[in-house]
Design a protein around this ligand. Structure first.
Ligand SMILES: NC(=O)c1ccc[n+]([C@@H]2O[C@H](COP(=O)([O-])OP(=O)(O)OC[C@H]3O[C@@H](n4cnc5c(N)ncnc54)[C@H](OP(=O)(O)O)[C@@H]3O)[C@@H](O)[C@H]2O)c1
Length: 284
């Protein structure tokens, strides 16, 4: 087995690389410069050289607001790139594991989204990621799509690291209370990916629970890691997302149902609060 991690400089790519290293697995990892996902020739050359048995695509255009301004690039990276990878994976008989997002849903449900629920993405990011999923499963049906949400982890921009940084600077912080989702610790996701390498079809993976962004901020403030983090913040004020207009529309509710993942993994996925506590104590 040899795993090719595409998008090795991103939050998930770095975490997965570190885990492969820790587990002494045979892997190779590419950045945009070594294998540009929008350039079929560079992907093909990399695949030919390294001959992976598994390809994990962690590369994506992930800036949700910027995607509204650069739709062509968002589609090239999030839809065209996975299509190239699907064709290459099929050609070299490698398994493709493609990472996708909760933003393929519109957020109109009031219970966690299952894999077969209807996708109605609201933003260019969500639409381009959904098109990527369709290309992957259309071109190479034995691929695996792992949808995840609200990623946090070490060494990359994410909502929780930003929260901590704002809390280090401000005594009072306003946080939206009308967006609910499933936070996912990159480390837990990376571990799951390695166990799901030979699965097919769509699987939802997130930590257990579906807090609002306001509830996450409250938990950060209650963490045992607060003294170490030197937080200035004393008060968090819940606000509506209408008070913080953003370019891209986001689903108000995008929690993922993780029953299928738990069944395949053979263990219960831990609660987001426990994962958050570990993350804050490990140091950002
Ligand atoms: N972050 C979240 O909250 C979240 C939520 C749900 C799903 N996801 C999904 O999870 C996956 C991993 O996300 P992440 O947060 O780890 O993303 P990230 O930190 O933004 O990393 C994405 C990586 O993709 C690379 N990339 C962009 N364009 C590329 C290109 N043309 N060729 C090759 N590489 C390219 C970037 O390279 P550079 O460093 O050179 O720009 C970056 O290293 C993505 O599929 C994302 O859609 C993320």
């Amino acid at each position: 087995m040899k795993i090719w991690i595409v998008g090795g400089k991103g939050l998930l790519g770095k975490t997965l690389t570190a885990l492969c290293e820790e587990k002494c697995l045979d892997y190779c990892v590419s950045t945009r410069h070594e294998a540009d996902i929008t350039d079929n020739d560079s992907l093909f050359a990399y695949a030919e050289k390294h001959r992976p048995t598994h390809i994990v695509n962690c590369a994506a255009f992930t800036d949700v607001d910027d995607a509204e301004k650069n739709p062509a690039l968002a589609y090239a990276v999030n839809a065209g790139g996975p299509a190239y990878l699907a064709v290459i994976a099929k050609m070299i008989k490698a398994k493709l594991i493609h990472i996708s997002t909760d933003y393929v849903f519109d957020g109109a449900l009031n219970h966690p989204y299952e894999e077969a629920d209807t996708c109605l993405p609201l933003s260019t990011y969500g639409k381009s990621k959904w098109e990527g999923e369709n290309f992957v499963l259309g071109l190479y049906p034995s691929s695996c799509i792992i949808r995840t949400s609200w990623l946090f982890g070490k060494g990359g921009k994410n909502f929780i690291s930003s929260l901590v940084s704002w809390m280090q600077q401000k005594e009072t912080l306003s946080v939206v209370s009308d967006q609910r989702g499933s936070p996912t610790f990159c480390k837990d996701l990376a571990q799951a990916i390695l166990r799901l390498l030979n699965e097919e079809g769509i699987i939802h993976f997130a930590n257990n629970g579906n807090p609002s962004r306001f509830e996450i901020a409250q938990k950060v403030l209650q963490s045992k890691a607060v003294p170490k983090l030197a937080l200035k913040c004393k008060e968090i004020i819940p606000v509506s997302s209408k008070q913080y207009p953003q370019l891209a529309k986001r689903p108000a509710y995008s929690a993922l149902n993780i029953n299928k993942a738990e069944k395949l993994l053979g263990y219960p996925i831990r609660k987001w609060e426990d994962a958050l506590e570990d993350f804050l104590n490990e140091g950002l």
